[in-house]
Design a protein around this ligand. Structure first.
Ligand SMILES: [Zn+2]
Length: 473
C-alpha cells in the first residue's frame, strides 16, 4: 500500500466511526398498523406484510439514502412479488404503492436479497461473510398515507408529525436455525419498538456478562481475537467499577461483520445503539495485524462501552451538555485501556485532549455543535473530567471512575445528569469553586486565555507551559 492509499485508509477509519449520535425518541402506543414476517431462506429473505387498512401508500420510517451515490437502497435489494404493487421513492421516503392508484392490497410479499451498503445517518444492513445477515429491527417499519402527494409534503424529520399510525410488529425467523438477539439465541423473535439488530445465521458468539461478542466467522483472526478478548474484558471492568448498566444496556453486545478483503482498502466502521456496539471491517489492510487499526478498535470499544453507563444509564439534559458524556467517556476509555494494558500510552491520548481543548476553548463550549466543532465536547469535556479526577483523588484516593460511580448513583433514578448535577458533585468531592466557575465560563462564553484556563483546571496534574504549548509530563 502506498502512502497516499494508507492515508486515505486511515481517513476512512476515522470518518466512519460515527458512534455518538443521539437517537430520536421512539413513540409508543396503539395497536400495530402493520405486521410483518421476515423469514430467512438461504441467501434471500421473504418479507410479508399484513396491513390493517386500505391506504394508497405505505411509507418507510427509515428511508435514508445510500452514502455518496445518494440513491434509495431498497429498490436494489427488494423485489415486490405481489402483482400491481411497486416500491418507489417520493420526497424523503421509500414507499409501497399500487401501480394504478387505489389502495395497496392488505397482503404484500417481497423478496429481499440483502447487501451491506453505507447509509446516510441510518443504521444499515450488515452482511457477514458466511451469508449471515444482521438487520436493524426498524428497517421494516411502515406507516400509511392517503396519497403519494401527501408523502411528498412530509418533512425529512418526522419528530412532531402526527401520522395517526401504530407500530409495525415484526416476526423474525430463520429456516436454518434460531435467530440471535441481544446476545441470545431464540427460535423466533417479535420486535415492535426495539431499536437494535437481529442476526439471522451463524456467527461466533462469545457470551459474557461484560459484553457479549458476536463476530463474523471469517473476520481475520488477529482482529477477531482482539475483539473477542477486549469486548468482554472492557465491559466487565466498567461493570466492576460502576455496577450494572441500566435502560436496555444490561446485557450489552458487540457485533462485528467482515465485508471481505477488498483491494486497496482498509476500513473500519462503527456505530452504537442502546446496549449494542456495531462494527464492520473491510479491505486487504485488515488481513494482517496492524497496530494502528488495533488501537483504534480498542479505543472505539472502550469509548462506546463507556456510554452504556455515561450516556445510556444516565444521559445529558441538552445536546449542549455533551461534554459531560463525551469527555467523560474519553477519560473512562483512557482508564479502561490503561487498566488492561499498562504499556498503553495514556499520556499521549490526554495530551491530544489538552491540545484540542486549548484550540477550541476561546469559543463557548455549549454551542460548539452549532459551529461544527463537536471535537470540543470530547476534548474540553475530558479536561473537565481530569479536573474531577484530581478532586476525587484528593478526597478518596480514587480515580475518575469513582466520580462517575457517584454521578450514576445520584442520577440513576431520573436518568439525567444536568450541568448542575455534575457541578454539585464536583464541589462535594472537593473541587474548588474558582475551577467550577471557570468551567461554566468556558461552557457559556468561552475563555479569553485558553492555555491559562486549561492550566488552572489541571492543577494537581504535572502540566506546564512549554513554549506555546500546555504540556502534560
Ligand atoms: Zn461518544
Amino acid at each position: 500500500m502506498d502512502i497516499r492509499a494508507g492515508l486515505a485508509a486511515m481517513v476512512s477509519v476515522v470518518a466512519l466511526l460515527t458512534g455518538c449520535a443521539t437517537l430520536p425518541p421512539i413513540e409508543r402506543g396503539g395497536a400495530p398498523s402493520a405486521s410483518a414476517s421476515v423469514i430467512r431462506q438461504g441467501d434471500t429473505l421473504h418479507l410479508q406484510y399484513q396491513l390493517d387498512r386500505d391506504a394508497d401508500v405505505w411509507a418507510f420510517f427509515d428511508s435514508a439514502l445510500m452514502s455518496e451515490v445518494r440513491e434509495p437502497w431498497r429498490p436494489r435489494q427488494w423485489q415486490v412479488l405481489t402483482p400491481g404493487v411497486v416500491l418507489d421513492r417520493e420526497g424523503f421516503y421509500d414507499i409501497l404503492r399500487s401501480v394504478d392508484g387505489g389502495p395497496v392490497p392488505r397482503t404484500v410479499d417481497i423478496r429481499i436479497t440483502p447487501k451491506a451498503v453505507d447509509l446516510e445517518a441510518e443504521y444499515p444492513t450488515l452482511k457477514f461473510s458466511n451469508g449471515a445477515v444482521a438487520l436493524p429491527t426498524r428497517q421494516m417499519t411502515v406507516f400509511p398515507m392517503e396519497s403519494v402527494a401527501a408523502v411528498a409534503a412530509l418533512p425529512s424529520d418526522l419528530n412532531g408529525v402526527d401520522l395517526a399510525t401504530g407500530p409495525t410488529q415484526v416476526r423474525w425467523r430463520d429456516e436454518a436455525g434460531p435467530v440471535l438477539y441481544a446476545g441470545e439465541r431464540r427460535p423466533e423473535l417479535i420486535t415492535q419498538y426495539e431499536r437494535s439488530y437481529v442476526l439471522l445465521g451463524q456467527a461466533d458468539v462469545t457470551r459474557d456478562e461484560g459484553l457479549t461478542a458476536v463476530i463474523d466467522l471469517a473476520l481475520p483472526h488477529w482482529m477477531a481475537n482482539t475483539l473477542a478478548d477486549a469486548a468482554p474484558a472492557t465491559g466487565r471492568w466498567y461493570r466492576q467499577r460502576l455496577g450494572a448498566a441500566s435502560s436496555g444496556a444490561e446485557k450489552p453486545v458487540l457485533m462485528a461483520a467482515w465485508n471481505g478483503p477488498t483491494q486497496r482498502m482498509t476500513s473500519m466502521g462503527g456505530s452504537v445503539l442502546p446496549g449494542l456496539i456495531v462494527m464492520s471491517f473491510e479491505g486487504r489492510g485488515i488481513e494482517e495485524p496492524n497496530p494502528e487499526i488495533r488501537e483504534r478498535a480498542l479505543w472505539f470499544i472502550a469509548h462506546e462501552a463507556a456510554h452504556f453507563w455515561l450516556g445510556q444509564t444516565v444521559r445529558y439534559e441538552y445536546a449542549r451538555d455533551a461534554w459531560i458524556t463525551e469527555g467523560g467517556a474519553d477519560l473512562m476509555a483512557v482508564r479502561a485501556l490503561k487498566a488492561r494494558d499498562p504499556s498503553y500510552d495514556d499520556k499521549s491520548e490526554l495530551q491530544t485532549e489538552i491540545d484540542d481543548c486549548v484550540k477550541y476553548a476561546a469559543r463557548p463550549l455549549g454551542s460548539a455543535g452549532e459551529r461544527g466543532e463537536h471535537r470540543a465536547y470530547y476534548a474540553c469535556g475530558a479536561v473537565f473530567a481530569m479536573a474531577a479526577e484530581t478532586a476525587e483523588r484528593r478526597k478518596s484516593g480514587g480515580d475518575f471512575l469513582d466520580f462517575v460511580r457517584l454521578l450514576l448513583s445520584e442520577n440513576r433514578r431520573d436518568g439525567v445528569v444536568t450541568v448542575q448535577d455534575w457541578m454539585s458533585l464536583y464541589a462535594r468531592r472537593g473541587g474548588r469553586p474558582e475551577q467550577a466557575s471557570l468551567m461554566l465560563e468556558m461552557v457559556n462564553n468561552g475563555t479569553r486565555d485558553p492555555k491559562a484556563a486549561v492550566l488552572a483546571l489541571l492543577e494537581g496534574w504535572d502540566v506546564a507551559l512549554e513554549g506555546d504549548r500546555v504540556v502534560l509530563r
